[in-house]
Ligand binder design. Structure first.
Ligand SMILES: [Fe+2]
Length: 230
């Protein structure tokens, strides 16, 4: 390796490092723009939640969501590492899976579409964001199931935005001490950096489509164009 090779490698590494910092600042700025508009923002997309719920229950097997915790929650992957439906590790606790397996998986690593993506209503919802979709799944919270109070983000890492569709029988969703109200089948941006709790105290399962979007100028513009209130 000569001096030119070393110089080239140094400059390339510096460029990658700088791009990472710029992208991080950019996505944090865009996240703050979004949350200025609201905690829960109605978007124009609406799908048939009942049809999606029935189809997924007939065609696929939901798997335990975070099997490390004995809570009555299940999930069905719409994207995963390999396009499979095992839920490993995309429906596990990524933090704990990474520690145990010495891996470094992040939301952005789960981009391969599973067969669940093929339903026309799911495609209708996700296609506008197609190049930007990270870890995405359907969540099924059975009676008694819950998510304790938590935030979906850490430190200054705002590289994604959380979009949610209540598909069927939405359970209690409390965000920043407020009970959220939902239109079934409607797509929403939800600021899940704020503390939130979900719990199902009803008698039937609650189904939610949970989408993570890479937050960049293009995906931000797509979301902003979909605001129902202009
Ligand atoms: Fe959350």
């Amino acid at each position: 390796m000569d001096v030119m090779d070393i110089l080239y490698l140094t400059l390339t590494s510096a460029k990658i490092w700088c791009n990472g910092i710029i992208n991080n600042y950019m996505s944090t700025y865009l996240y703050n723009c979004l949350v200025t508009y609201g905690l829960q923002i109605e978007l124009s997309t609406k799908i048939n939640g009942w049809e999606v719920m029935k189809w997924t229950e007939e065609k696929f097997d939901y798997v335990r969501y975070n099997p490390r915790k004995d809570i009555n929650r299940y999930g069905l992957s719409i994207t995963s590492l390999d396009g499979g439906l095992t839920g490993v590790p995309d429906l596990d606790s990524l933090h704990e899976y990474n520690l145990e397996n010495k891996t470094k998986h992040e939301e952005r690593d789960f981009r391969v579409k599973t067969p669940v993506y093929e339903h026309k209503e799911i495609r209708k919802c996700l296609e506008p964001f197609d190049p930007h979709i990270f870890r995405t799944h359907i969540l099924k919270i059975n009676p008694g199931g819950y998510f304790p109070k938590h935030r979906d983000f850490r430190k200054d890492q705002f590289d994604s935005a959380r979009l949610i569709v209540p598909l069927h029988n939405p359970c209690y969703f409390i965000l920043d001490e407020k009970i959220l109200h939902w239109e079934i089948g409607r797509l929403y941006f939800v600021d899940t950096a704020k503390p939130h709790i979900l719990f199902n105290c009803g008698n039937d399962p609650s189904y939610w489509l949970v989408v993570n979007i890479d937050l960049n100028q293009q995906s931000f513009d797509t979301i902003a164009k979909m605001f129902r209130v202009k």
